[in-house]
Every structure is written in structure tokens, then in C-alpha cells.
Design a protein around this ligand. Structure first.
Ligand code: NDP
Length: 476
């Protein structure tokens, strides 16, 4: 038998079809609280969409560790045999919440692992690098991807103007404009932690690490034409594919692999290993297999579980930590802060974000205190009333830093924005190169020629064939 419907206060409802009126033709009575509550709730059914990565799809799964990497990390979640429940959220970057899925854009690849030592979030992309390497340029870059404030249109002139003035973006621009710029589905793309992080072992030794999730479905992509045909019929192609695959028990899997660098090695690499526009070449830093990630359960309520899910690189567990990467340092602040604004101060207490372990903080009040704090005399720290205390075993070993505090020109760190892009260009088949040239030419449509030429000069520094191909596609 169906349950009796109630108000939010639990009062039983006798009629949910007809409003309360004075006479059958109205007007309505102010005391129809149930009607007022329904309308008031309707007005509050949205929260601010994410400023970036607004359009997303998510699912739950399991991370299984199959190899022994205990010489690098003491993190329990990364010990051989460990199985950890997790949540993944995939997204496009620029489009609003109602944007089409099959668009040329970087894909967010955000993971939350509900470990025995609290939540570990790895908030990456389907690309190993990013457009900028100094967070001072992050908001400006995002503005170029969003709508022009005057026309309210997407503005390709702004994009290419910014990119052509920011040569460090070349690597990511090349990946974005390549065949991989439109994944066929969320199941057919790799995920990368992108930033350099660190692993810390039982002996307190720190290793620098890159995290990789390689699709076991194989890389599959869409051309602009294929994507246009899909978007014309279905704006939710990725959401549909992920949801239906999981409903049909066709669970997508990724091979979880890492690259490791010692601090000694980090001092002598030809590139800055903490620069988000660079990868670590596989030949120098080979991939090490760690385990597998499988997605196997759809959320039951999109808003509660995916829209309200909140991922932040600030969430790390003992044995996993950050690196000097300036972009990572900024994201440790700005991602958690975005959720405080978007969802509320106590967003971590929501079921989807809550860790499996007990949470013991002295954070106080604020809107929507969702948990049930136990009344205690120990509401400050230090105290004499047996409140939670720190445990020195979790203090991290010293974090190596050096140098004077200064606004270092991020272009002077390395002038080489080109050689890794060249390596990628040379990995591409002729048909992939052809797609790259044509995708760039289409994306540059309507952009003033001086900006096109400035960008082509950057392609020329990578490889004269790259510039020649783009020029030909543009008809210059
Ligand atoms: P490798 O040849 O050892 O590695 C190449 C990597 O590039 C593989 O992971 C491969 O992924 C990926 N790749 C292959 N073709 C393309 C493509 N058309 N678009 C994007 N990625 C592709 O060489 P290096 O490690 O020296 O890297 C060479 C270049 O490859 C780098 O400069 C970078 O641009 C790119 N790359 C490097 C990665 C790294 O972590 N070293 C990661 C991803 C890209 P897959 O196995 O899926 O084909």
C-alpha cells in the first residue's frame, strides 16, 4: 500500500489535487500552506550551476588495487587487495548545465574515493596537461571559454586571442583540436590526475607521482560532422550512453597506472615536473600498473548525488599529498571554496560527499548544518573535556621548497612550450593530422587574421608541417 503523503513537517495531507478556495471559482485562501509550500519549493529547486564543468554525468564504482606499491605509499586505499567504493563525475568544461554532450571540449574526470582514512578526491581531466600553468591566468582563460558579456555568444576571437598570447597553451590546444577533442563516449576516454602529486611511504620518503586511468574500452572519438549529427538529435548522448551501459551491466573499466619520480630526478629533468602544461615522457618515467577502476552503479537521484557531489583536490589521505604545482596549489583552495558558495558551508555533510569514517572537527555553525553535532563542553580546542585531538603520526614529512618569494615570470621558467607538442604531433597519423588542421580551421572561423597569424607562428615553432597544414586548411 502506498504511504500517506505529508508536508515537510510530516503532517498528513488530505488533498493534493485541489487548492483551497473561497467558493468553487476562487480566490484562494492564504492558509493553504501546502500550496504555498509547493510553490516555494519550486522556486528553490536550483542551486547555482558550477562556473566550469556545469554539464556532467556520474556513477558509482569500485577501485581495486592489484599490485604492491607500498614502497611508494602507505595510503591504505593504494595497498594491494584493497577495494574502495567511489564516485566518478565526468563533464564538459565550458557549456552550461543544459549544453549538449558531444561538444569539442576538455572532459572533467573527477573521482571521489570513500577510503578508510577519509575521502580522497582526484579531480582530473581526460587530458594530461592544461592550458595555463599559473593560476593568475585561470579566471581570464575561463572567461575566454564562456560567453561574451556584450553579445552573450561564445567568442572564438577571445579564445584564439588568449591562446596566441599564451604559448604555454599550445600543448592542450593541440589535444583539444585533435581527434581526441570529442570523445565518442565517457567510457571511451582516458582520465589523468594531470597535476603532479606526491606519495609518502611508511618510512616518510616522498615520491612525486602522476596518476593515469586508461580506458579499457579503447579510445574512440567523433569527428565534428559525426558530433553535429548526434547533437542535432540528442543533446544527452554521453549521459545516455553511461547510464544505459551501467543499467545493462556493461560496466566500464579503466586501468589505474602511475608514474613515479624521485626528488633527485625532479632536480635534473629537462622540463619542470610541476608544470601543468607538461607530461612526464613514458620512456623516462615508465607507467606502473596499480589496479582497476570499474563503474557499476547508477545514482538514484541526479540532483542529490551528482549535482550536489563536490570534488576537491584538497581531499587527500595519509600517504598521498600535493606538489609545488602552482595550479594545484590554487585549486586546493578554489575548488573547496566553489562548493561552499555553490552548495553551502556544510556541503561535505551531504550523503554523497560524506566520508565513511567519523568526522571530528570544531567547525561551528552556518547555514544548513546537516549533521547532528553531539552537544558537548568540548566545542573549542584545546580543551579539558576529552574533545577530539590531533595525532602526530599524521604530520607529513617536510615538503621540499627553495627560493625567495617573488612573482616569477612563468614564461621564464622554461621557454620550451614546443618540444612536447612536437612529440605529440609526430605521434599522429596522417589522418589525425588532417583532422587537427581542419578542426583548427573550423574553430578559427571568423577570427581576425592578425590573431590567426600569431597563432600560426606558434604552430610553426612546433613544426613547420603543423603551421603549413593549418594555413592550407584556412586557405591562407
Ligand atoms: P609515448 O609514445 O610513450 O606516449 C604517448 C602517449 O600519448 C600515450 O599515452 C598515448 O595514449 C597518447 N597518444 C597517442 N596518440 C595520441 C593522440 N593522437 N592524441 C593524444 N594522445 C595520444 O610518448 P611520451 O610519453 O614521450 O609522450 C609523447 C607525447 O604524447 C607527449 O608530449 C604528450 O603530448 C602525449 N601524451 C603523453 C602522455 C604521458 O603521460 N607521457 C599522456 C598522454 C599523451 P594511448 O595509449 O591512449 O594511445
Amino acid at each position: 500500500m502506498a504511504k500517506t503523503m505529508t508536508t515537510t513537517a510530516g503532517n498528513p495531507i488530505g488533498d493534493n489535487q485541489n487548492s483551497l478556495s473561497a467558493g468553487s471559482r476562487g480566490p484562494l485562501l492564504m492558509q493553504d500552506y501546502q500550496l504555498l509550500e509547493k510553490l516555494a519549493h519550486q522556486n528553490r529547486e536550483r542551486i547555482p550551476e558550477r562556473v566550469v564543468h556545469a554539464k556532467g554525468s556520474g556513477a558509482y564504482g569500485t577501485l581495486t588495487i592489484t599490485e604492491d606499491i607500498s614502497k611508494y605509499t602507505k595510503a591504505q586505499v593504494l595497498q594491494k587487495g584493497e577495494k574502495t567504493p567511489m564516485l566518478a563525475r565526468f563533464s564538459t568544461v565550458a557549456g552550461e548545465k543544459g549544453a549538449a554532450d558531444a561538444e569539442r571540449d576538455v572532459r572533467g574526470f573527477a573521482l571521489k574515493f570513500y577510503t578508510k582514512e577519509g575521502n580522497w578526491d582526484l579531480v582530473g581531466n581526460n587530458t594530461p596537461v592544461f592550458f595555463v600553468k599559473d593560476p593568475m591566468k585561470f579566471p581570464d582563460f575561463i572567461h575566454t571559454q564562456k560567453r561574451d558579456p556584450r553579445t552573450n555568444l561564445r567568442n572564438s576571437t577571445a579564445m584564439w586571442d588568449f591562446w596566441s598570447l599564451s604559448p604555454e597553451s599550445l600543448h592542450q590546444v593541440t589535444i583539444l583540436m585533435s581527434d581526441r577533442g570529442i570523445p565518442k563516449s565517457l567510457r571511451h576516454m582516458n582520465g589523468y590526475g594531470s597535476h603532479t602529486y606526491s606519495l609518502i611511504n611508511e618510512a616518510g620518503e616522498r615520491f612525486w607521482v602522476k596518476f593515469h586511468f586508461k580506458t579499457m574500452q579503447g579510445i574512440e572519438t567523433l569527428t565534428n560532422k559525426e558530433a553535429e549529427a548526434i547533437v542535432g538529435k540528442d543533446r544527452e548522448s554521453n549521459q545516455k550512453d553511461l547510464y544505459e551501459s551501467i543499467e545493462n551491466s556493461n560496466f566500464p573499466k579503466w586501468s589505474f597506472e602511475i608514474q613515479i619520480m624521485t626528488d633527485e630526478q625532479a632536480k635534473s629533468t629537462s622540463f619542470n615536473p610541476f608544470d601543468l602544461t607538461k607530461v612526464w615522457p613514458h620512456k623516462e618515467f615508465p607507467m606502473i600498473k596499480v589496479g582497476e577502476m570499474e563503474l557499476n552503479r547508477n545514482p538514484q537521484h541526479y540532483f542529490a548525488e551528482i549535482e550536489q557531489s563536490a570534488f576537491s583536490p584538497s581531499n587527500v589521505v595519509p600517504g598521498i599529498s600535493w606538489s609545488p604545482d602552482k595550479m594545484l596549489q590554487a585549486r586546493v583552495f578554489s575548488y573547496a571554496d566553489a562548493h561552499r558558495y555553490r552548495i553551502g558551508t556544510h556541503y561535505e555533510a551531504l550523503p554523497v560527499n560524506r566520508p565513511l569514517v567519523e568526522v571530528n572537527t570544531y567547525h561551528a555553525d552556518g547555514p544548513m548544518r546537516l549533521d547532528q553535532p553531539v552537544g558537548t563542553d568540548a566545542y573549542y580546542e584545546p580543551n579539558s573535556f576529552n574533545g577530539p585531538i590531533e595525532d602526530k603520526q599524521y604530520v607529513e614529512p617536510p615538503f621540499p621548497v627553495n627560493g625567495d618569494g617573488y612573482r616569477y615570470d612563468h614564461h621564464e621558467d622554461t621557454q620550451d612550450h614546443y618540444s612536447q607538442v612536437k612529440a605529440l604531433f609526430h605521434l599522429m597519423s596522417d589522418s589525425q593530422k588532417e583532422q587537427l588542421f581542419n578542426n583548427i580551421a573550423e574553430a578559427m572561423d571568423g577570427v581576425p587574421q592578425d590573431i590567426q597569424k600569431r597563432q600560426i607562428a606558434l604552430f610553426d615553432t612546433v613544426d613547420s608541417d603543423y603551421a603549413a597544414g593549418v594555413k592550407k586548411a584556412l586557405g591562407i
